[in-house]
Design a protein. Structure first.
Length: 159
């Protein structure tokens, strides 16, 4: 039972981290849309820290699941196998509830990340179009043998 309690503790910690990550992502979206570049950089650093912590918790979760499966002679090594093996108990209910919350929050995080990617893409296109309109172009060109060569920024006058 100690292994199950440790697993529940890890799942709760992961849920808190994922909630924190979603909060950071919301801030990042705001900063991107308001062109607050310094704050965007701060939030990216915060996201990296949270993601690192989550990786550590992921390893702990996997360790406890494997330990439980080995102790009980289970062939599977994932949370669903563990849940199937547990008899109806408060621990099983808690693990199922935490799993559902984590899955729901992970889906929300995924959708928010897609929205942020679209914002970055749109902003980059706006910046590129602006520079094209004022005559400063950058990009990648190819040499005669097909290798990439950076095209330097240039300023051209229009007649």
């Amino acid at each position: 039972m100690e292994t199950i309690q440790n697993l529940i503790g890890v799942l709760k910690s992961q849920l808190k981290l994922l909630e924190e990550l979603n909060s950071i992502i919301e801030k990042e979206k705001y900063y991107i849309t308001h062109w607050e570049i310094d704050r965007v950089i701060e939030t990216v650093k915060q996201k990296d820290t949270v993601i690192y912590k989550d990786r550590v918790l992921d390893e702990a979760r996997e360790k406890y699941i494997k330990k439980y499966c080995l102790m009980n002679g289970l062939s599977g090594n994932n949370l669903n196998d563990l849940i199937e093996h547990l008899e109806d108990s408060p621990e099983k209910s808690e693990i199922v509830e935490l799993k559902n919350k984590l899955t729901e929050l992970a889906a929300k995080t995924h959708n928010e990340n897609l929205a942020i990617k679209m914002l970055y893409s749109t902003n980059l296109r706006l910046i590129s179009d602006f520079f094209d309109k004022i005559g400063v172009t950058t990009g990648i060109s190819y040499t005669s043998n097909g290798t990439k060569a950076a095209k330097l920024a240039s300023f051209t006058r229009s007649a």
